[in-house]
Ligand binder design. Structure first.
Ligand SMILES: C[S@@+](CC[C@H](N)C(=O)[O-])C[C@H]1O[C@@H](n2cnc3c(N)ncnc32)[C@H](O)[C@@H]1O
Length: 215
């Protein structure tokens, strides 16, 4: 399904320049969308490869058959997901911002992205014939969401996960002291059987922790 091993017609130097140009475009898209709607976008920059690696490690991604990503943005974590999944895996992304969806589709034209809110996750999955996911990977900016929206989203997530399914998400450390971050953590503890928090991933702007939660 996804073959990134195709020989490139460009020299290594050209590929490097292309990569840098694309990197700048991706970063400027996130920045622009952040200025337009900081609470929903939640980040000035896409996640680093270190955070993306932590988000996709230790969750059984290679053997999962149904994976959903919420809030993929410009695809920083998506890139790591698609490297690890098999062609048999059903993978779906759900993104609220239509401009970001458009940017995403330019880069990942063989990945299905639904332009909708994760608050509608159960009906989105039903429409896609998925019903349940083995893994839900979220880039949603939880600390900027109020308690009501957090509750609504987590209810959708828990009901969309298969038995023993895994939910993984991150939190920026500067937001961990916010009341909304405390509410989120309590919500995770209440709804999931186990919640593991990784050490701080310093090589991300801003530094972050990852939560791995088992249903
Ligand atoms: C912090 S960015 C993360 C982007 C990317 N995953 C990364 O790590 O670089 C959060 C993303 O979640 C999206 N988002 C916010 N609320 C959402 C919702 N209710 N449903 C789906 N996506 C949402 C935003 O538009 C944005 O693209």
């Amino acid at each position: 399904m996804l073959d990134f091993g195709v020989a490139s017609p460009y020299s290594q130097g050209q590929r490097h320049t292309e990569h840098n140009r694309e990197d700048i475009v991706i970063k400027s898209v996130m920045f622009k969308e952040f200025l337009r709607n900081p609470r929903i976008t939640g980040a000035i920059l896409p996640s680093s490869r270190h955070l993306s690696n932590a988000m996709t490690a230790g969750i059984g991604i290679k053997t999962a058959r149904r994976i959903v990503e919420l809030g993929p943005g410009t695809g920083a974590i998506t890139r790591h997901i698609i490297r690890k999944i098999t062609p048999e895996t059903k993978f779906l992304a759900v993104e609220l911002n239509p401009q970001i969806c458009e940017e995403f589709s330019k880069r990942f034209n063989d990945i299905k992205i639904i332009n909708d809110s994760a608050a509608n996750l159960r009906s989105i999955l039903a429409n896609e014939g998925l019903h349940e996911a083995d893994i839900i990977i979220s880039g949603l900016p939880w600390a900027s969401f109020g308690a009501e929206l957090q509750n609504c989203l987590l209810t959708e997530i828990i009901h969309s996960l298969a038995p023993r399914g895994v939910f993984t998400t991150f939190a920026y450390i500067q937001g961990l002291a916010l009341p909304t971050a405390h509410i989120f953590r309590r919500n995770l503890d209440r709804r999931f059987t186990t919640v593991h928090r990784t050490p701080i991933i310093w090589r991300n702007i801003p530094p972050a922790v990852v939560y791995r939660c088992h249903k």
